[in-house]
Design a protein. Structure first.
Length: 409
């Protein structure tokens, strides 16, 4: 079988394939793929060597529960993973012991047919087949959203961020230049998201008296911290102070790091040998020119929220289970399951109007679901809700140093 391209119809020979579905309670069931015709089919490629694959399965199970008739999720473990039944059992037994989690979705084991039919070179990876039997493409798991599923169920298609085979999977440092530099002496430019490439870490490469420095598909927050490395040294995002009217926009870009509209690529080419420090200087200037933003360290009287944890925080102590997080409000209320309290505290600044300060020693795991529409509530109502859960934010002022993010006009 030849690998399909997005938009191709599923061949009849594939529909007629018999599939042995394995359930991790020991049961098995043989079906023909054609029995799933008329449904949205999601094939979730995974392996025991991929923790993020297993940690994504609870989300896929929630999707299956939400759409019991409209779609089918099948886990696919490829033969090339070299996962034996014994290895699979050992790994899943550890998850059962640690998180009391057992996979309920059916799985194909030792697969070759679907792996070859839907080419991909990273996992976890999701294959989408619409109810008409059209292969829509492969994506990473963060595309499995209510918005995309509803679009496909209603219109047979969605604006999926396709990610099947990455060109730089095993050679990130050999990613080709973004721009043609033939005859060029100097180039420093930022552009948007580039399909088919994994993110690359910036590194200066000098060869034949010429220097290249580039990063591909980097999240906005990553670029921000590279561009203003010295200005942000010693600070966390909870310390940021924004020019009036700027916070919501920048927070959205920082928090939307997994979305293609907030991923960017940069290339620097200099027909000379330069140092990493010089490359970073050029990048900072390009960042300022592209985003019209700058950061400077200031000292002054800063208003912020001091967080105090009350005894009734114990009511939030996690009952265990896999880590589950939903910050996509279109998917339902903001929620955190078996989630570190310290990490939750570090996220609260995005929901209030000032920086936050908290004790870094809080180490309990919590379960917490926010009210529907929490992100749109007035700050006062947010503070009341948090206080009811044992997280008290008190406004204070202090003379201190802080990073100030402002526009360049």
């Amino acid at each position: 079988l030849v690998g399909l391209k997005p938009g191709d119809k599923m061949p009849e020979v594939v529909w007629n394939q018999s599939l042995e579905l394995n359930y991790f309670n020991g049961k098995k069931k043989t079906i023909k793929l054609s029995e799933l015709k008329g449904k949205l089919i999601l094939l979730d490629f995974w392996a025991t060597t991929c923790p993020s694959c297993i940690e994504n399965i609870p989300h896929m199970e929630e999707i299956q529960k939400r759409y019991p008739q409209e779609l089918t999720v099948v886990l696919v473990n490829s033969k090339r993973n070299k996962d034996t039944p014994r290895r699979i059992k050992l790994v899943l037994d550890r998850y059962k012991e640690k998180y009391n989690f057992e996979i309920k979705l059916p799985a194909l084991l030792d697969d070759t047919i679907l792996t070859n039919l839907f080419p991909h070179n990273t996992i976890p990876n999701i294959t989408w087949i619409n109810p008409d039997g059209t292969f829509l493409g492969n994506t990473l798991p963060d595309e499995v959203s209510i918005k995309n599923i509803e679009a496909i169920l209603q219109n047979k298609k969605a604006d999926l961020q396709l990610r099947g085979t990455f060109r730089n999977k095993d050679a990130a440092m050999e990613t080709p230049p973004i721009f043609d530099t033939t005859g060029v002496k100097y180039l420093s430019a930022i552009t948007g998201y580039l399909p088919d490439y994994l993110p690359t870490y910036p590194n200066v490469a000098c060869k034949n008296g010429k220097s290249n420095y580039q990063m591909v598909n980097a999240a906005f927050n990553f670029m921000l911290r590279i561009a203003f490395k010295n200005e942000l040294k010693g600070f966390e995002s909870t310390d940021y102070v924004f020019e009036e009217g700027l916070k919501d926009k920048i927070q959205q870009m920082i928090l939307g790091g997994s979305l293609r509209q907030y991923k960017y690529s940069y290339q620097l080419f200099v027909a000379d040998t330069i140092s990493p420090g010089r490359a970073e200087h050029y990048f900072q200037q390009a960042f300022k020119d592209y985003f019209h933003l700058t950061i400077e360290r200031k000292t002054g009287l800063v208003s912020y929220y001091k967080i105090k944890i009350l005894d009734n925080i114990s009511d939030l102590k996690s009952k265990g289970g896999m880590h589950l997080v939903n910050e996509k409000t279109e998917e339902g209320p903001i929620s955190f399951g078996n989630f570190p309290l310290i990490t939750l505290l570090s996220l609260l600044h995005q929901y209030v109007d000032l920086p936050v300060s908290y004790n870094r020693n809080e180490d309990m795991q919590i379960d917490l679901t926010f009210p529907v529409g929490f992100e749109r509530m007035p700050v006062e109502e947010k503070l009341i809700f948090l206080a009811s859960k044992g997280i008290v934010l008190t406004k204070q002022q202090q003379e201190k140093e802080y990073p100030y993010i402002s526009r360049i006009y």
